[in-house]
Design a protein around this ligand. Structure first.
Ligand SMILES: Nc1ncnc2c1ncn2[C@@H]1O[C@H](COP(=O)(O)OP(=O)(O)OP(=O)(O)O)[C@@H](O)[C@H]1O
Length: 333
C-alpha cells in the first residue's frame, strides 16, 4: 500500500533523511519511531505530497507522490503534529470546509460528516467553536478532518503529544478501532504507544533507517544475554560476589536500595532453576525470581544511542555491535 524507495531529502546543506526505504502492507499499522530530529516528519511530508523528495520515489496505493499528488491525497488522511484546525469555526463549519476542499458535496458530504462525527464521538460538540474545545477534542477534530474523505490510508504524526493521560487512552483506542479498517503509519517517539498499537516498527535515527521488524523480533535479535531479576529477604553482605561465582553468570547488577539484582547469563541458557537452588541452599530467603525481557525501549536506546544496525541473524553474539553495548559494562535499562 505504501512504498518508500531510497528516498533522500536535503534542506540546503542539511540531509534530513538519507536513502530511506520501507513498505507498509494493506491493513498494517506501522510505527515510525525515532528521537527528535530523526526525520519522521520529513518522511511523512514527502508521503503526503507536502514536499518532494530530493532523490528516490514514494508511492501510496500505487500512485506516485511526486507525479500523482491528487490521487495520493485522495487515498491518504493526514493528521500533522499540530492539527490544522481553525479556531474561529465550529466543528461542523470546519469539517464542511475540509470536506468541500476534498471535493465532497450534497448528500455525500452530509453522510461523511455524520459518519466521522459519529465515529469520533463529536456529536455533543458539533456546533461548538473549535477555540473552546479541550485539546483532546481538538485532536478528535484533527482525526475527523483526516477521515472525512474516507481514505484507506492514515498517516498520524505524534497523535498523542500534549494530551493528558485520559485523552491519550481515548485517542489510542480510536486508533486501535481505525486500525481494523485502515492502513496506518503512526509516527511517534512514545515507545509504549508503538508496542500497544503496532505489530511492526521502523526505527529512524539521524535520517537513516536503523531497524525494521516486529518489537518482539527486534528485541530477540538485539538480545545478547538472558536477564533474570532476583529479590532476596536476608542475604549475607557478599551475596552479589557469591552469585558472580556461579558458572554461566556473566554479570550481577545489584539494585541500590533493595536486596535485589539483575543477573545476566549466557544467551540461550535459562538459569532460573540453578539460581533458585543456589539461593535456597544458602537460606537467603527467595522472594522473587523472574526473567526480564528486552523492551522496545531497550531496543530503541541501543539503536539510537549506539548507532548500531540490527544483526541479520536470529540472535546477536555477545561481541556484536560497533561501539560495544552499554549492557556489556552497565546495567541494562
Ligand atoms: N524546513 C526545514 N528546513 C531546514 N531543516 C529542516 C526543515 N524541516 C526539518 N529540518 C531538519 O531536518 C531534520 C529532520 O527533521 P524532522 O522534523 O523530519 O524530524 P522529526 O523526526 O520529525 O523530529 P521531531 O520529533 O522533533 O518532530 C532536523 O535536523 C530538522 O532540524
Amino acid at each position: 500500500m505504501i512504498h518508500v524507495h531510497h528516498v533522500t531529502k536535503r534542506y540546503g546543506q542539511l540531509t534530513a533523511i538519507q536513502d530511506v526505504s520501507f513498505s507498509v502492507e494493506k491493513g498494517e499499522v506501522l510505527a515510525f519511531l525515532g528521537p527528535n530530529g530523526a526525520g519522521k516528519t520529513t518522511t511523512m511530508r514527502i508521503l503526503t505530497c507536502f514536499m518532494p523528495a530530493t532523490e528516490g520515489r514514494a508511492t501510496v496505493a500505487g500512485f506516485d507522490c511526486f507525479e500523482q499528488p491528487t490521487e495520493v491525497k485522495r487515498h491518504i488522511g493526514y493528521l500533522p503534529e499540530t492539527p490544522p484546525v481553525y479556531q474561529e469555526l465550529t466543528v461542523e463549519e470546519y469539517l464542511t470546509f475540509v470536506a468541500r476542499l476534498r471535493g465532497l458535496t450534497g448528500t455525500t458530504l452530509r453522510q461523511r460528516m455524520d459518519a466521522v462525527v459519529d465515529r469520533l464521538s463529536l456529536g455533543t460538540v458539533r456546533g461548538r467553536l473549535i477555540a473552546n474545545l479541550s485539546r483532546g477534542y481538538r485532536q478528535r477534530v484533527g482525526l475527523a478532518q483526516a477521515l472525512i474523505h474516507d481514505p484507506p490510508v492514515l498517516i498520524l504524526d505524534e497523535p498523542t503529544v500534549g494530551l493528558d493521560p485520559k485523552q491519550i487512552i481515548e485517542i489510542r483506542q480510536l486508533i486501535k478501532d481505525l486500525a481494523q479498517s485502515h492502513t496506518i503509519i503512526l509516527s511517534t517517539h512514545i515507545l509504549p504507544e508503538a508496542t500497544a498499537l503496532c505489530r511492526r516498527v521502523v526505527i529512524i535515527n539521524g535520517g537513516r533507517i536503523v531497524a525494521e521488524d516486529s518489537p518482539e523480533q527486534l528485541s530477540a535479535r538485539l538480545r545478547r544475554s538472558e536477564k533474570i531479576s532476583v529479590t532476596l529477604k536476608s542475604p549475607p553482605a557478599d551475596w552479589v560476589e557469591q552469585l558472580r561465582t556461579m558458572p554461566g553468570i556473566l554479570s550481577v547488577f545489584p539494585a541500590e536500595h533493595a536486596q535485589s539484582a539483575l543477573i545476566e547469563s549466557e544467551l540461550g541458557r535459562d538459569m532460573r532453576d540453578e539460581i533458585a537452588r543456589f539461593v535456597v541452599a544458602r537460606d537467603w530467603g527467595l522472594l522473587e525470581l523472574r526473567t526480564v525481557s528486552m523492551t522496545l525501549e531497550d531496543v530503541f536506546l541501543r539503536l539510537t544511542q549506539h548507532e548500531e544496525g540490527v544483526p541479520a541473524g536470529p540472535a546477536a553474539s555477545p561481541s556484536q555491535g560497533k561501539n560495544g553495548s552499554a549492557s556489556d559494562t552497565a546495567p541494562p535499562a
